[in-house]
Design a protein around this ligand. Structure first.
Ligand code: ZN
Length: 202
């Protein structure tokens, strides 16, 4: 996917506790890192997250994102991530208001707005455009990305881009139709999402 236009690689870590599914953990991240030429964007859907931050930093995370709902000390988690030399991200489940990050904006490099309830790939998009607009206003001129995770495809990409998102995560909509031996569809799928998202700015 990198050779076909992906800007970052987003890695979903699930623990079967914070979310109902289990994906993978530290060894898989560490094994993937040498193959990633761009940015390894690690999304921790785990609770607690704090005991594992150092491990994921050592595994090569460039961006390390924790959920606002995953622990009582989000401020401390974000401080710890930056102290480990990673960019610090915070993710918000659909039910969590934008205001949950109001007092940690100066510790945050990325806000991940979940547009599905986290835990599984291939779910349909939940409209969070009002939350994205609120976050964009709260952020002001701070250099903070707004990332959208869940149900992103060429139909939903323009909605979230117009609302203020600048990083779009897609799984199903990128990998559909392609394979390791036939990666051309990856490029076509990525181009379709990028074109749809950028169309709102022209
Ligand atoms: Zn994710």
């Amino acid at each position: 996917v990198e050779d076909n236009g992906a800007d970052w690689i987003h890695v979903d870590v699930m623990d079967g506790h914070f979310v109902p599914n289990i994906s993978f953990g530290l060894p898989v991240c560490a094994s993937a890192k040498p193959h990633i030429k761009t940015i390894m964007d690690v999304h921790l859907m785990i609770a607690p997250a704090d005991p594992y931050l150092e491990g994921f930093a050592e595994a090569g995370a460039d961006i390390l994102t924790v959920h606002a709902e995953a622990g009582p000390h989000l401020h401390r988690s974000l401080q710890a991530i930056r102290a480990l030399g990673c960019k610090a991200g915070v993710a918000l489940n659909p039910a969590t208001p934008a205001e949950a990050v109001a007092h940690v904006l100066d510790l945050t490099d990325l806000i991940c707005v979940m547009t599905v309830n986290p835990g599984f790939g291939g779910q349909s998009f939940i409209d969070m455009t009002a939350k994205i607009r609120t976050l964009r206003d709260m952020i002001g001129d701070r250099p903070i990305h707004i990332e959208i995770d869940g149900g992103v495809d060429p139909t939903t990409a323009p909605l979230v881009s117009k609302a203020g998102a600048d990083v779009l995560v897609a799984g199903s909509a990128v990998f559909r139709g392609g394979s390791v031996t036939n990666p051309t569809p990856y490029g076509e799928n990525i181009t379709a999402i990028r074109t749809a998202a950028q169309g709102v700015w022209v």
